[in-house]
Write a protein that binds this ligand. Structure first.
Ligand code: NAD
Ligand code: DAU
Length: 342
């Protein structure tokens, strides 16, 4: 089997490639990635030399890049490539439209042209908007995206659905909650807080810190994706979550405990515009159809993650240098500091 994985140099994509090469050693992989600020060849340094792995640099929104890399004998496309950070989408949505919408249509067209057996779109729970204190997202929840990022991912889902319905392309859409683990770029909550705390820098929590996210350890997610890809039904949507809801404050307090750092590092700052209050996934369909269950608890996954960042200092220092410093200053430099409400 030959798999074309896009966005494989990013956080989830690189974890998935490492996982997949272990689980399916006979399989060939093409990792197609533009290497944006979020794509890092160092994430896959340990597998790069293997004979069944090939890296191609290219942009999913450019048909000529995709078609020249997509060998005719590819069986499966898994699209992880995306602009993935909500705060950046609020700052400048243009790249999100190009990659997350145009890019997906380019991949769908190429899949049809090349007769690819199955197309898997890696989507997100954010397409379903924000929940109140009760209830859960399911595959039947309406699409109600709130940020430019979420809107671009919802548009992509619609294009995937249309290619299935109109052209009979075999497609699957997978929506997950917030993933965490090794190799995550420190713009996202958990790696940002770990790396700041490691350097005794303030931990900027948006608003009151009581927004809720549903966390899943990245390797548990990779196993779910594997089950869905290999056994899932064409045209279906699958929601993946580990039943692990936490407020942002709980997440940061857990990290401080694991790192043995003081609570005084916490700094409440001006909220994210349009900040979704709560995400929570009901993963019953995936549990029922595939018998999938997460192997990590929130505590064990967080302990592994903290340990990984503590023992990969050169990786951390490299990704937090250069353009990252400008990004951090731009994103946090002007945010008002709030008085803690609790
Ligand atoms: P990431 O930002 O870490 O990685 C994205 C990768 O895509 C990078 O390697 C980047 O270079 C590549 N890329 C970006 N634009 C490209 C383009 N035009 N052409 C080719 N490659 C391009 O993202 P991630 O956190 O690993 O997320 C992967 C996927 O999972 C995304 O589709 C995201 O929407 C989805 N997702 C992420 C999470 C999460 O918690 N991280 C949760 C749910 C869904
Ligand atoms: O739910 C899935 C989504 O999870 C994915 O589709 C996105 O690609 C991924 O980025 C993530 O989106 P979030 O906006 O939930 O993740 P982020 O890590 O940016 O923020 C998590 C929570 O932490 C959110 O409530 C905002 C808050 N936060 C974030 C940052 C970066 C802070 O309080 N301070 C921060 O500095």
């Amino acid at each position: 089997m030959k798999v074309f994985i896009t966005g494989g140099a990013g956080f989830i994509g690189s974890n998935f490639i490492r996982y997949w090469m272990r689980a399916h050693p006979q399989c060939e992989i093409i990792n197609f990635d533009k290497l944006t600020y979020a794509g890092n060849p160092a994430n896959l340094a340990d597998v790069a030399g293997q004979p069944n792995y090939r890296f191609v640099r290219g942009d999913i929104s450019r048909p000529e890049d995709v078609l020249s890399a997509l060998d005719p004998d590819v069986d499966l496309i898994i699209n992880f490539a995306a602009e993935s950070h909500v705060d950046r989408s609020i700052e400048n949505p243009a790249a999100f439209i190009r990659t997350n919408i145009t890019g997906v249509q380019v991949l769908l067209d190429a899949a049809r042209e090349r007769g690819i057996d199955r197309f898997v779109q890696i989507s997100t729970d954010e397409v379903m908007g924000s929940l109140g204190p009760e209830g859960y997202f399911t595959e039947e929840s309406p699409l109600q995206p709130n940020s430019p990022y979420a809107a671009s991912k919802a548009a992509a889902e619609m294009l995937v659905r249309a290619s299935h319905h109109t052209f009979g392309l075999d497609t699957i859409i997978i929506r997950s909650g917030n993933c965490y683990g090794p190799y995550q770029f420190p713009e996202k909550l958990i790696p940002l807080m770990i790396t700041n705390a490691m350097d005794d820098q303030p931990l900027p929590i948006y608003g009151d810190g009581l927004n809720v996210r549903d966390w899943i350890y990245v390797e548990d997610y990779c196993r779910a994706v594997d089950a869905i890809i290999t056994r899932g039904r064409s045209g279906e949507v699958y929601c993946v979550g580990a039943r692990s809801e936490k407020t942002n404050l709980e997440v940061v307090e857990t990290l401080l405990r694991l790192l043995n750092k003081p609570r005084s590092l916490i700094q409440f700052v001006e909220d994210r515009p349009g900040h979704d209050r709560r995400y929570a996934i009901d993963p019953s369909k995936v549990e029922r159809e595939f018998g999938w269950r997460p192997q990590e608890t929130f505590e064990s996954g967080m302990a592994k993650t903290v340990h990984w960042y503590q023992t990969h200092r050169p990786w951390v220092d490299a990704v937090r240098s250069g353009a990252y410093r400008e990004y951090y200053q731009r994103m946090y430099g002007h945010r008002k500091i709030l008085k803690p409400s609790h």
